[in-house]
Design a protein around this ligand. Structure first.
Ligand code: FE
Length: 188
């Protein structure tokens, strides 16, 4: 693990160590994430590879007790997520390129956009959680180049049962994201 990532992991461990409430943890992890994505000189090439068809999520670190995980999120040109939730806290830091995030609320009429589209630039940090807004859709802001963000989540996110939402009906479907390049059951 690179020194900068190890330093980040240490800061998250410290934030979680004394059983702080989520708001306190999020503030500390946001601060650590700001430091981590201030420089784009540490992400291993293997965790920066786009896929021609779909976005990639490479596991960078999993806490031994699965209290948190850290992932590089690699967007090929024009790639986007479905509308989805997380069910745990998440902190997103923009490392390279740019991404767009639109929040959604679930209503009787389906999924309703909530708030403005956020454009993340390198160094920007945002957070999600069931307490502060957990449903969004994210895309690469560019249709001609790769973008990469770093995500920390308050669980082993590759194994969390969460949901994607039909944009018209709002019907939720369960999914488990796994991690790119790692077969289920063989994850580190
Ligand atoms: Fe997300």
């Amino acid at each position: 693990m690179t020194a900068k990532l190890a330093h980040f992991v240490g800061r998250v461990e410290a934030a979680l160590g004394d059983g702080a409430d989520e708001a306190t943890v999020l503030a500390a992890v946001r601060s650590a994430m700001s430091e981590l994505v201030a420089d784009d000189d540490w992400l291993p090439e293997a965790a920066a590879q786009p896929h021609p068809v779909h976005y990639q999520q490479f596991l960078l670190h999993k806490d031994p007790a699965a209290r948190f995980s850290v992932v590089s999120f690699v967007w090929g040109p024009g790639q986007k997520t479905p509308i989805h939730d997380h069910t745990v806290w998440g902190v997103i830091g923009m490392l390279r390129g740019s991404e767009l995030s639109q929040g959604f609320a679930k209503s009787a009429d389906g999924m309703t956009p909530e708030g403005q589209i956020e454009r993340l630039q390198p160094g920007d940090v945002v957070a999600v959680s069931p307490a502060i807004g957990d449903i969004h859709q994210v895309c690469n802001a560019f249709d001609d180049k790769v973008s990469i963000s770093i995500h920390a989540y308050g669980a082993d996110i590759g194994q969390v049962r969460r949901h994607v939402f039909d944009p018209v009906t709002g019907v939720a479907k369960e999914f488990v994201s796994g991690y790119s390049g790692v077969a289920a059951g063989a994850r580190p």
